[in-house]
Design a protein around this ligand. Structure first.
Ligand code: SF4
Length: 358
């Protein structure tokens, strides 16, 4: 059964016509899904029972079923989705005040089951790579998060998050085509019309794909996981550094910045005794200044089965101070989500291993 999101409008018209339904019904179905954000044919307005039944039996609207939730007191929710083949992926809904003091919710989505990149601090890597998510499975992680709001005097169903980050389980740029299609559907003004500047894709540094994004003038934000400011340190925790050493990643990042005219974010997980030295901080500051990049410092979230630890608060602060004194725009993240195993892949890994979800 083909997933609804695989159809463009003309194809869907054709599909209905071939099955003896009027072509104009395609507009009603597209509006029900993309404008009204209804994902069950039974709920579509202005559509008769025969078409509802046909759609329910012949088109897949939601490709993943939400089966688990963990909440933490820091306003972070982690959701587990079951796929049709019995695999699991997860997404995280984070809530935090932004610079203007308003609460913003950010949905963190996955693109693969497991991951082949093998970062040595990451829960997803413990499983190895299983498979890419298809288009429907990527989008399905956003579909349950809809709420009704009063807008312009009318009740409308809207996404209940304001930002999307693609940095859950998997390396997004290793599932390139499905990622680009999914982002296109989220951003398309005639579909979900979700602003490009509110979507960030995070990569562990696939330099060839970053260059491809530069060539296509990727309209979304890009974050690069650095986690080490020298090859020596980065290679200890990121095997991808062998294929794409730091110099290559940084030159691809520069190409992206120039082509897309947008500030890159450098993600840097602070791990005690490994990459939290002041020398690394100074080198990271130099890299960020050259790229005009923002740096996001993230204290390590403990992963069961891995030895790494986060530095103590004074060390984290001192590391951030070095960057700030060098004039680098930098955020030292609170440990949001640590209570619910929000390092990518931890919940899906537990489920796979048979643990129960609370
Ligand atoms: S950190 Fe990201 S890229 Fe690295 S193994 Fe985990 S999911 Fe893959």
């Amino acid at each position: 059964m083909k997933n609804f999101f695989e159809y463009d409008f003309a194809e869907f018209q054709q599909f209905l016509a071939e099955n003896n339904f009027e072509k104009f019904r395609a507009r009603q179905v597209f509006d029900a899904v993309y404008k009204a954000k209804l994902f069950e044919p039974a709920l579509f307005p202005s559509i008769g029972e025969p078409l509802k039944k046909f759609l329910a039996e012949n088109v897949e609207f939601v490709a993943a079923r939400r089966v688990g939730l963990k909440n933490s007191s820091d306003a972070t929710g982690k959701y587990l989705f079951e796929l049709s083949d019995g695999n699991f992926v997860e997404s995280v809904l984070l809530q935090a005040p932004s610079d203007d003091g308003k609460l913003r919710r950010t949905l963190c989505m996955s693109t693969q089951v497991g991951c082949a990149s093998g970062c040595r601090f990451c829960a997803s890597a413990l499983r190895g790579f299983v498979r890419n998510l298809n288009l429907g499975e990527i989008l399905a992680q956003s579909l349950p998060f809809v709420e009704e709001r009063e807008l312009d005097g009318r009740k409308r169903r809207v996404f209940l998050f304001e930002n999307i980050v693609v940095m859950g389980m998997g390396e997004p740029l290793a599932n390139f085509d499905n990622l680009i299609k999914a982002l296109g559907i989220l951003n398309d003004p005639s579909k979900f019309a979700f602003g490009a500047r509110r979507i960030t894709v995070s990569t562990c540094g696939l330099a060839d794909k970053i260059r491809e994004l530069a060539r296509m003038k990727f309209p979304f934000r890009l974050a690069i996981s650095l986690h080490g400011a020298t090859d020596e340190v980065r290679s200890q925790i990121m095997p991808i550094n062998k294929k794409f050493p730091l110099g290559e990643v940084l030159s691809a990042a520069m190409e992206f910045s120039k082509a897309c005219g947008r500030m890159i974010t450098l993600e840097y997980i602070l791990i005690k005794g490994l990459n939290d030295t002041f020398d690394q901080a100074r080198k990271l500051a130099q890299i960020a200044k050259t790229l005009h990049a923002h740096v996001n410092l993230i204290p390590y979230n403990r992963v069961e089965g891995l030895e790494w630890k986060r530095p103590d608060p004074s060390r984290r602060r001192a590391f951030a101070d070095i960057l700030e004194r060098a004039g680098v725009s930098c955020t030292l993240r609170r440990e949001k989500g640590s209570q619910i195993e929000a390092a990518c892949g931890q919940l899906a890994l537990k489920k796979k291993l048979g643990d129960s979800l609370s």
